[in-house]
Design a protein around this ligand. Structure first.
Ligand SMILES: Cc1cc2nc3c(=O)[nH]c(=O)nc-3n(C[C@H](O)[C@H](O)[C@H](O)COP(=O)(O)O)c2cc1C
Length: 195
């Protein structure tokens, strides 16, 4: 079974992204081994290394950063759940991505965005940034603008009305989850064959 990380892209007090990530993790766990990575558990300063991580074979990351890099390296694929802040992804998530060297190389990422207007610009922002890490973003994306605290319960379940909506978020997430696992398996086989 593929190992997939769900990355929670917000750390602020009172955040809503963790709700959305809970639903994404619950659905994905029907298809893969899922672990949620909460950036609150990987507190890192603003990236300030002298050399880009991908071009620094002598790199000696701090213990905090190493914990993040080692954890990210464990997975075959990722679902990144991002809020939209000022028409982009969150600074804390972009900062965490800037620390990566080859941990996401040739691995797939599914993007789930949310915000007052659905998070499309945060997702577009990540589609531009992620190729720099070597990751491959899958074609589907999910945008969520319904009030999350009312739409998803603490057990990570979407309210029935939204589950039943034709071509609604539930169907979209199921399609995206299957696609992510398909890419995770295909790229894991390709990485193995290239060794
Ligand atoms: C600083 C800031 C900027 C925001 N900018 C946008 C925006 O550009 N577009 C949008 O749709 N929502 C925007 N929002 C609304 C957030 O996407 C929304 O509050 C969401 O819940 C944020 O995720 P979080 O609760 O996990 O932090 C902004 C919120 C904040 C705090």
């Amino acid at each position: 079974m593929s190992k997939i990380a769900v990355i929670v892209g917000s750390t602020r007090e009172g955040r809503q992204t963790d709700k959305l990530a809970g639903w994404v993790a619950k659905e994905l766990s029907k298809h893969a081994d899922v672990e949620t990575l909460d950036l609150r558990d990987y507190s890192m300063p603003f990236f300030d290394e002298a050399i880009s991580p991908r071009y620094n074979p002598e790199r000696k990351p701090t213990a905090e950063v190493k914990k993040w890099l080692d954890k990210v390296a464990e997975f075959d694929g990722y679902a990144i759940v991002t809020p939209e802040y000022n028409r982009a992804t969150s600074a804390v998530l972009k900062n965490a991505l800037d620390y990566l060297a080859y941990e996401m190389e040739n691995k797939p990422v599914a993007l789930v965005g949310h915000g007052s207007t659905g998070g499309a610009q945060a997702v577009a922002n990540l589609r531009m940034a992620l190729p720099g890490t070597g990751a491959v973003t899958i074609p589907q994306a999910l945008f969520f603008s319904d009030h999350l605290s009312e739409s998803i319960n603490d057990a990570g379940e979407l309210k029935q009305e939204l589950r039943d909506k034709p071509y609604g978020p539930q169907t979209q997430l199921e399609t995206q989850a299957k696609s992510l696992v398909w890419y995770a398996e295909a790229l894991a086989a390709a990485r193995q064959a290239a060794k």
